[in-house]
Design a protein around this ligand. Structure first.
Ligand code: TYD
Ligand code: MG
Length: 452
């Protein structure tokens, strides 16, 4: 007989403790511990999976062919998965409520044409799913749906139907009868995921499970799930903007540096194959505080608009606020501006914004950030035909960036006349029709930009 014991688990980081703790010693969050009933068979789903292949094999003897992939017929989705969905894999699609996870999942299934697919929802009735599907363009001739909250019944339906792809929406709204915990609790979420994983692997059917994330940006019952699944995709974006970014946070079958970009429209999500055109506003000519950066996310280059507003601080402590760009990095760059360029920003508020609601981690946009701040501070518009790329070091030097050729090519493609790049980087300027100018220091770049 399975013996039940009680343990306490942090819902934010998954740390376990024998007693209820007010503050998690691992992640430092308050009030995140939840009671969990552990039955010894709870771990069996995972251990069974491992024990099947428990005999050691010689590495040489292991047959490994390139993983077969299911083409999802959705370019951005394929890209983020690393070239398609791997049969038998378990993908977690996470995101804030209302961001478009259900829409994306349903739409991808509707693009499968003749393939048999299955969408099981614990959130919506069949009628609601139908209404959603009617908004989305697609050919759903072989899409089966079911409104169901019992995992056992869903898996029965999958056995019967034998679909090629299954979506479960969402992991927090389904439960297994094997354990007593309430639906949505940590134990349920984890147990369901482990059972789905085992089922997916033994039947070689890929599952996409949807998971809501809470306001702090972590998946509810998060870390525990991340360990279980093969791939964690995050669907993010600003509710104010229509762009949605799909990112791989973990991927056993591909890189995590790729992003997919969508635009939410009346009839579902449109794939954005040329992000630059969306992210650049057309009426920026003559406006101060705007600089264009040639950025790269994953392996994809695109141009983004960096906007800054510098104004005199109304109260004692000046404000520094940044959207879409790391706030600490902004402070560092402002310090460089003070110390190396001689700008007095101590009594100024500085607001920085990456247009389009994008979050950018690429350090190559540093130079554009500084240029935007400078432009706003002097209230002089920068030359609209110039774009920038370069990381800025503490000494005010412009440091090399990766994928420089792609950045230049993208700027050229979008009709820019000139691009400033780190002087250290040797490129064959004759290959491009755009003027490529190397800059060593922030001050060199400013001189070129202000002169026009
Ligand atoms: P939804 O997929 O329900 O979000 P989630 O599953 O992540 O909670 O998306 C909800 C939003 O998307 C909702 O505000 C309506 C909007 N939407 C469109 O703009 N166009 C569409 O075609 C669809 C289906 C939804
Ligand atoms: Mg939903």
């Amino acid at each position: 007989m399975a013996k039940a014991t009680i343990q306490y688990v942090c819902s934010s980081c998954g740390a376990k403790a024998p007693q209820l703790l007010g503050r998690c010693p691992v992640c430092g969050e308050w009030g995140t511990y939840e009671e969990e009933v552990v039955e010894s068979r709870q771990h069996s789903a995972i251990s069974r999976q491992i024990s099947k292949t428990s005999l050691p094999q010689r590495l040489q003897d292991v047959q490994a062919t390139e993983e077969m992939r299911i083409d999802m017929r959705n370019g951005e989705f394929n890209r983020v998965l690393g070239g398609g969905l791997v049969p038998g894999s378990l993908v977690l699609l996470g995101g804030e409520p209302g961001i478009g996870k259900s829409t994306l999942a349903l739409q991808v299934l509707m693009q499968q044409g003749e393939r048999k697919t299955f969408y099981a929802s614990g959130e919506e009735s069949a009628r609601q799913i139908k209404l959603r599907a009617e908004r989305i363009a697609g050919n759903a001739e072989n899409l089966y749906i079911s409104s169901e909250t019992s995992l056992e019944r869903i898996l029965e339906q999958v056995k019967e139907l034998e679909p090629e792809i299954v979506v479960i929406d969402s992991i927090q709204t389904i439960g297994t009868e094997a354990i007593e915990a309430t639906i949505g609790s940590l134990s349920q979420v984890r147990e369901c995921a482990a059972r789905i994983m085992e089922f997916a692997k033994t039947r070689n059917i890929p599952f996409i499970i949807i998971g809501h994330i809470n306001k702090e940006g972590s998946l509810a019952g998060p870390k525990v799930l991340e360990h279980i699944v093969d791939t964690v995709l995050q669907f993010e974006g600003d509710q104010q903007y229509m762009y949605r970014i799909l990112r791989a946070q973990k991927n056993r079958f591909g890189s995590t540096s790729e992003i997919g970009i969508y635009e939410m429209q009346q009839n579902g999500l449109r794939e954005v194959t040329n992000p630059s055109e969306l992210l650049l506003s057309t009426a920026r000519e003559g406006l101060s505080g705007i600089a264009i950066a040639a950025a790269v996310e994953g392996v994809r280059p695109f141009l983004i608009e960096v906007q800054a507003l510098v104004s005199s601080a109304a109260y004692g402590t000046p404000q520094r606020s940044s959207t879409g760009f790391d706030g600490r990095r902004l402070n560092m760059l402002l310090a460089v501006l003070e110390k190396r360029v001689g700008f007095k920003l101590l009594q100024k508020d500085v607001f920085l914004n990456i247009a389009g609601g994008l979050k950018v981690q690429d350090p190559a946009i540093d130079l554009a950030v500084l240029a935007a701040v400078l432009s706003s501070n002097m209230d002089i518009a920068l030359d609209a035909g110039t774009c920038l790329c370069g990381e800025v070091g503490l000494a005010g030097e412009i440091r090399p960036v990766n994928r420089i050729e792609q950045r230049i090519a993208e700027a050229q493609k979008l009709g820019f006349k000139r691009i400033l790049i780190p002087a250290e980087q040797k490129i064959d300027a004759k290959r491009y029709s755009i003027e490529v100018v190397g800059v060593k220091k922030v001050t060199d770049a400013f001189r070129l930009l202000i002169k026009g």
